[in-house]
Design a protein around this ligand. Structure first.
Ligand code: SF4
Ligand code: SF4
Length: 76
């Protein structure tokens, strides 16, 4: 799943997520929150509900141990 602001898109490969919560903790602007839906392995993946706050720092992407989240610049 993914969410976009006018500048950045945060993509979550839901079935890779192991619900560690690291991305939620490292995001400086609190874009990500714990989700309530489970992936096919039973883990609840995060949701980028506050996507308009994303500054594109990619700390979520760099810190995810399972390569489950990545950030793109939205092309105009
Ligand atoms: S790129 Fe930075 S600001 Fe955007 S969701 Fe990831 S950690 Fe948060
Ligand atoms: S850091 Fe990766 S594995 Fe951990 S909750 Fe976030 S997306 Fe899931």
């Amino acid at each position: 799943m993914s969410a976009s602001s006018t500048k950045f898109r945060v993509n979550i490969i839901t079935n890779r997520c192991k619900e560690c919560g690291i991305c939620i903790g490292v995001c400086p602007t609190k874009v990500l929150v714990k989700g309530d839906k489970h992936n096919e392995h039973g883990f609840r993946y995060p949701l980028p509900v506050n996507i308009e706050r994303c500054i594109g720092c990619r700390l979520c992407e760099y810190n995810c141990p399972d390569f489950a989240i990545f950030v793109e610049v939205v092309k105009k």
